[in-house]
Ligand binder design. Sequence first.
Ligand SMILES: [Zn+2]
Length: 281
Amino acid sequence: MKRKWGLLAGCLALVALIIGAVVWTQSRHTNVRTAPATHNRLTKQDVTATEVKVKPWGKLKHPLQLPILMYHSISTGNQLRVPKQQAVAELNYLKRHHYQTLTTTQAIRALTTNTVPQKKVVWVTLDDAYTDNQKLLPTLKRNHQHVTINVITGFTHKSDHLSLAQMQALKATGRVDFASHTVQHLDLNALTATQQKQELVASKQWLDQHLHQNTLLLCYPAGRANRTTHRLAKQAGYRVALTTTEGVAQLSQGRYNLSRLRITPGMNLTTFADLIRVTNS
Ligand SMILES: [Zn+2]
């Protein structure tokens, strides 16, 4: 009898041990399963958030042709000044026809990697940083568009040129970025290498410091530059530079020798549309 009870107790103990082992294993299993499940959920959310912010860019088969528009003052009076009404009509045209207006960073990325956020892209630039450029801000905000203003850093105290405070306010809107148009707007071709270097380096330093950025774009005064300028621009830390040579920009022109399209006063929308029309594929 005693032996029977002993055997039963032994069996019970064994069953308890097996049940315990099974429960323990299952609970471990469940824990292991829950951990990555939670992790996966978080990862998926992160990816979704990234996707909303950054659209994937498409690689082009053929070299990008980028229309870089060149404006100066938004006013009237001479062939360099485009009236506000015309400039606004042109920005509205770009919006209506689904052109994306690139930032400097985006334009450099597009040109140097031959990728685009979408097929129809333009880069709108305004030289000399006149105060009247501010007239375009309501349109830029309404259309969610972007322009790049090329600053003569030695002119920011002049009444018809943007002050630092005005530039900071424009930059804060996210609709405008700023690049170098040198310190004194001199013909770089007529300067010695040392003088050229001073114009390129000091203007970049001023913009970098005051606008808390790394200035990557240089725009040559009157479009004039030579091989020495190209070399010095690269050394100073600029990634690309713009000329006033008429044409659609392509990387084959050289990073420091990109063409632009001059927008003249009185140009009608049909001419404007023909000027910027390119086929990227
Ligand atoms: Zn200029």
